[in-house]
Unconditional design. Structure first.
Lengths: 290, 432
């Protein structure tokens, strides 16, 4: 009986803690969505109380209509989805192939190269932004309109510099190292080519790390601000984070800002929900394996 | 007969072909003569529908008015506009025409992003001084409007506390202003007597608050040489300013750096503050809310009342090969009709008296006409030096630190050191 009570108490405490943590994470989102439904004056007044998290007062979708009026939101979202989606796919392909090569192929200098690659993790992007800008502004590009000079104002200038990165390679390398080497050896004995091993044996087992890398890369790319600000001067290619600046005027329309943020959060939540099981599995397995 | 028919048919085909070739050739020829040269214009107003409509109308009118040039616009969000321009300059992709914030202009001119603006002096003769951007004695930019800051309060508040209504000719002295704040504070009727807008960071600090320093007799930089801030930003006058500034927050006369932005937007309207230091762009809601609102001149702290001047202006890119076309557009845009349209649309001060007369708010006797006079009589441009962009940030940080209790003398000394190091690093920014 006592044991049963203790169990109940432990359960109650555990749920209370979980609910508290959930509230901490959910409240900012709730605030954002609720505020997007309120006129500016009410929104500002409500911030001082719990009303900020409730759909009370003068509720409407006016802020959403005004936000669409103020900025080409659909264009920004489509641009971000294209840039992010293509970069994530390229990144997964290139980085997993690199990692496969580092882990399973035997070639001289691979450890040194991997070390150099990992060392680039400590170099912040801001330090290479300007040299990179100078480079891409001069590079040629063969597009539908023929050979062009300079990559500015395009999707590829936002994609290609981020098509591979050290962190994603590192994640794949760590994951591949933990796979049983017997799998690869057996496949080699059976006469499989390296690419067949990569495609048909290793990658099907790499679901969790693919999900983790995809989510991390997705968030990084979707939140890109500095680079597109530097290389995109046309509405046609602007992503969502630069688009957010459209709402910061002398008299900032906070309701519209919240409406815009709610709208651009949808793709992120959708992507995360799609991959969350694999993501959690990956984090959990990483934790167990240390 | 048959042969004759064939011959005439051949002749007809040749004739048709020649005619077609002649027409095509003529079209090509005519086309090459009439083809207008494209000019690109970058503008900071993305997200502001009213502003966008007006600038688009000007462009449309200009394109229709002549056949030599076709201007096309690319709008940027104001918050990130300067960064975009600097990046474009590095990449060699600046447009032909661009707009520039007045105090930033010397930096862009010095860096070669802008070239002198070849428009006739006659056309800008009656422009407000703050709307003309000069660097090294040459005109680089011209503004379609100016902005001004006033001490906003209500007649009923002045009456309640028995305060004299200051005028442009006779503004409040430092003592009158400080006594007024103390009296209001003592009454306990307001959360704070004065709202300075500390929640607005960035350029607001040097724009709105460096005039107080100047009125005390100090400045961000020695304007005679533009090579040193020593004795100017940390001299006796600046120290007096710093002590006064810190006292505002220490004595709870004004909300400090942690002010809620919501209170900045609506605190005065809701009666939380008795006075607000705010710009003409915020005047309309005040006029709508109160029937006795007053826009008063800056107090005189000893060296005359001062407010900031200069807003966004148009200039010609240093890279353009079509400076004549760019200048034509700017000359076209500074027509009183468009200056008045901007003023009516977004509430800013028209650059000329002629344009002011065309507006509803700034015409003589209009509810905001006082801002035109404030701009004309009290407006002082921020230091005209490429180093201003750094000095502004240093000043902002120093003011925030002092407001938060930092030692005044030490903070201003550090600010001077930072400014001087920057000037040295940039070899004097071209000042001899």
């Amino acid at each position: 009986m006592i044991s049963h009570d203790n169990h109940g108490l432990r359960l109650a405490v555990r749920y209370a803690v979980l609910v508290l943590v959930a509230i901490i994470f959910v409240f900012p989102l709730l605030f954002m969505v609720m505020s997007s439904l309120k006129p500016d004056h009410q929104l500002l007044v409500d911030t001082g109380s719990l009303r900020a998290f409730l759909p009370v007062g003068d509720i409407s979708f006016d802020n959403y209509a005004a936000a669409f009026q103020r900025a080409p939101i659909s264009t920004f979202v489509i641009n971000s989805v294209i840039v992010t989606g293509v970069t994530v796919m390229l990144s997964l392909a290139i980085c997993s192939l690199s990692a496969f090569s580092f882990v399973f192929l035997r070639w001289s200098g691979r450890n040194l190269l991997l070390s150099i690659l990992l060392a680039t993790l400590i170099v912040p992007f801001e330090t290479i932004a300007i040299p990179l800008l100078l480079l891409v502004s001069k590079l040629p590009w063969l597009g539908l309109d023929g050979l062009e000079q300079g990559w500015l104002n395009s999707y590829h200038v936002q994609i290609l510099p981020f098509a591979a990165d050290a962190l994603t390679i590192f994640l794949f390398v760590q994951y591949f190292k933990d796979l049983p080497s017997e799998l690869v050896e057996a496949a080699r004995v059976e006469g499989a080519s390296w690419f067949q091993i990569y495609l048909k044996i290793i990658m099907p087992l790499a679901g969790p790390v693919v999900a983790t890398a995809a989510i991390l890369r997705f968030l990084f790319m979707y939140n890109q601000y500095l680079w597109p600000l530097m290389v995109v001067q046309s509405d046609e290619y602007r992503p969502v984070m630069v688009g957010l600046q459209y709402f910061f005027q002398l008299d900032t329309p906070w309701g519209e800002v919240m409406a815009y943020l709610s709208l651009i959060t949808i793709p992120v939540l959708g992507f995360y929900l799609m991959l969350q099981r694999a993501f959690i599995a990956s984090i959990a397995s990483t934790g167990v394996k240390g | 007969m048959r042969q004759k028919h064939h011959k005439s048919r051949t002749q007809a085909i040749v004739k048709q072909a020649l005619t077609a070739a002649a027409i095509a050739g003529g079209t090509l020829f005519t086309g090459s003569v009439q083809a207008a040269t494209d000019l690109s214009l970058w503008y900071h107003g993305a997200g502001n529908e009213v502003e966008s409509n007006i600038i688009n109308q000007i462009i449309s009118d200009f394109n229709a008015s002549q056949s030599d040039w076709t201007v096309s616009i690319q709008s940027f969000p104001q918050e990130s506009y300067n960064d975009s321009v600097v990046a474009a300059a590095l990449a060699g992709s600046l447009p032909d025409i661009l707009d520039v914030d007045g105090p930033v202009m010397p930096n862009w001119a010095w860096a070669g992003y802008l070239q002198p603006l070849p428009i006739s002096e006659e056309q800008i003769a009656d422009f407000l001084p703050g709307t003309l951007g000069f660097w090294n004695d040459e005109l680089y930019s011209v503004g379609l409007w100016d902005a001004a800051v006033a001490l906003v309060t209500r007649q009923s508040i002045l009456d309640e506390f028995g305060l004299r209504k200051p005028t442009l000719a006779e503004p409040w002295t430092a003592d009158e202003f400080n006594d007024a704040l103390a009296a209001i504070k003592e009454s306990g009727k307001y959360e704070y007597p004065l709202d300075l807008g500390m929640a607005w960071t960035g350029e607001w600090y040097p724009y709105a608050f460096s005039p107080f320093l100047q009125s005390f007799g100090g400045d961000l930089i020695d304007r005679d040489t533009y090579r040193s801030a020593e004795g100017v930003l940390n001299g006796e006058a600046a120290l007096a300013f710093g002590e006064w500034w810190q006292g505002l927050f220490k004595n709870d006369l004004a909300p400090g750096t942690s002010q809620d932005p919501a209170d900045r937007d609506s605190g005065f309207l809701e009666g939380k503050y008795a006075m607000a230091w705010n710009g003409n762009w915020a005047a309309v809601p005040m006029l709508d809310t109160f029937d006795d609102v007053l826009f008063l001149p800056a107090p005189d702290f000893g060296k005359g009342p001062v407010i900031g001047a200069a807003s966004w202006q148009f200039g010609i890119s240093g890279d353009t090969e079509h400076a004549d076309g760019a200048a034509s557009f700017i000359e076209f845009a500074v027509n009183d009709k468009y200056l008045a349209a901007f003023s009516d649309g977004i509430g800013l001060i028209p650059s000329t008296p002629g344009a002011a007369a065309l507006t509803t708010k700034y015409a003589e006797g209009g509810p905001m006409a006082v801002f035109y006079e404030l701009s004309e009589q009290q407006g002082r441009v921020r230091p005209v030096t490429p180093g201003y962009v750094v000095q502004a940030k240093v000043f902002e940080k120093a003011l925030a630190d002092i407001a938060n209790g930092a030692d005044v003398a030490d903070t201003l000394d550090s600010a001077v050191d930072e400014i001087e190091i920057d000037i040295k690093r940039n070899e004097g920014y071209g000042h001899d």
